[in-house]
Design a binder for this molecule. Structure first.
Ligand SMILES: Cc1ncc(COP(=O)(O)O)c(C=O)c1O
Length: 412
């Protein structure tokens, strides 16, 4: 029997990253490719200690269906935390989602029709490209620099749009670049969005995963016009496996997302939500976040030190003060996929940067993850130095071949 799939399926393909991750399953491979948090920081003992008591006291409720909007005490807790961070949000403006990936799905589903324009940073989060692609929009990439999206570039791109519907940004320690937007850029974006009546989708999974510097106000905190929809998540400050995240948006808009979520999965797992609420009542999550920051700061330091020591001249990389990733630009003309092919032979992996650009190009870029590697592997003499050294060796070979006029290795 031939099945007839929807036309939209023709343009969808499996993420490159998932393919690369399959190769990196072998324990001998040094992988900078994934984006997993450090499992050593997960609250395993704490959850073991409270899960039994929670089931004892509220077991039937924890295993029952619950409301689409989310477990009320969790919505209250999230809104309270957001208020302390400067955003005037009430519990009625919070929808608990199954990961912020679901938040992305619900928001693009609500806003995008085929041919509509969605503006995003260049590069942008791959999971957003995947979520939006289903609705067949036109991606409009806006140039970025170390301070974030360039506002004059945003104005220019908007002038060329016919049906702009949404601006998607990751202002804090972005995946994949590690960059954080300055406050003037945040204000500039809101001013432009307001003038054009455009909703801004602020995805903020890394805002609290900060190793240096002060917290900056979120777009949601700076927003005075109800223009910003913010996605938050417990994945990077607690653990990703419970799939707990949220959308913060004005109530009327939130209600639309609630209807869409109902159709998708009825509600986020009751058990996960109640377990988290029990954790938050008994432990100080800020202590846990501080421990996560400490671990990632050391790993970031180790990776930057290795890159500085090993990489040949002409290689540029970000020095992120938060998040999970370092963004690398190879000398012009060097193809990161060719480098990846050489690196896989040497059992080291990363993600080529071109998959973070909806319109392609930027073949000389790549993303390195530093969070998911125990330090003794990353630090001196061990796996990270070893991994970066192997990468640098492979790169030197490619550069030498290019100098000698040899054909570069074709990308696989
Ligand atoms: C920018 C960004 N948004 C959203 C997500 C999805 O996170 P989750 O669904 O675990 O909340 C990720 C995960 O890596 C991310 O990097």
């Amino acid at each position: 029997m031939t099945m007839h799939l929807a036309t939209r399926m023709q343009s969808l393909r499996a993420s490159d990253i998932r393919e690369i991750l399959r190769i990196t399953q072998r324990p001998s491979v040094i992988s900078f490719a994934g984006g997993l948090p450090a499992a050593e920081t997960f609250p395993v003992e704490e959850l073991k200690a409270i899960a039994g008591a929670m089931l004892e006291a509220e077991g039937a409720q924890a295993l029952q269906y619950s409301t689409t909007e989310g477990h009320p005490p969790l919505r209250e807790w999230i809104a309270g935390r957001m208020r302390r961070q400067g955003a005037a949000v009430s519990a009625d403006e919070i929808l608990v989602t199954s990961g912020s990936q679901q938040g992305l799905d619900l928001v693009v589903k609500a806003f995008l029709e085929p041919g509509d324009e969605v503006l995003c940073e260049s590069p942008t989060y791959l999971g957003f490209i995947q979520a939006a692609q289903v609705f067949e929009p036109r991606f409009v990439e806006v140039a970025t620099d170390d301070e974030g999206m360039r506002i004059e570039a945003l104005e220019e791109r908007l002038a060329g749009c016919r049906r702009p519907r949404l601006i998607y940004v990751v202002p804090d320690f972005q995946n994949p670049s590690g960059r954080r937007w300055s406050v003037p850029r945040r204000q500039g974006l809101l001013e432009v969005a307001c003038r054009h009546g455009l909703p801004v989708l602020e995805d903020a999974p890394y805002a609290e995963v900060r190793f240096a510097g002060e917290a900056l106000p979120s777009l949601k905190a700076l927003d005075t016009h109800g223009q910003v929809i913010q996605l938050g998540t417990f994945s990077k400050i607690f653990c990703p496996g419970l799939r707990l995240a949220w959308i913060a948006a004005p109530e009327e808009l939130l209600h639309r997302f609630v209807i869409l979520k109902q159709a998708t999965d009825l509600h986020t797992a009751t058990f996960s939500q109640m377990l988290l609420v029990a954790y938050l009542a008994r432990y100080d999550i800020d202590d846990a976040i501080e421990r996560i920051r400490e671990v990632y700061r050391r790993r970031r330091d180790a990776m930057i030190a290795a890159l500085e020591r090993e990489m040949p001249a002409g290689v540029r990389f970000t020095r992120p003060d938060g998040g999970l990733f370092v963004w690398v630009e190879l000398p012009e003309g060097v193809d990161a996929r060719a480098l990846l092919a050489r690196c896989l032979e040497r059992e080291v992996a990363f993600v080529p940067g071109d998959c973070f650009f909806p319109s392609g190009g930027h073949q000389n870029t790549l993303r390195l993850n530093f969070s998911n590697m125990p330090e003794e592997r990353i630090a001196e003499g061990e796996r990270i130095t070893e991994g970066v050294a192997r990468m640098a060796g492979a790169l030197r070979t490619l550069l030498a071949e290019a100098r000698e006029g040899c054909k570069p290795v074709p990308a696989p």
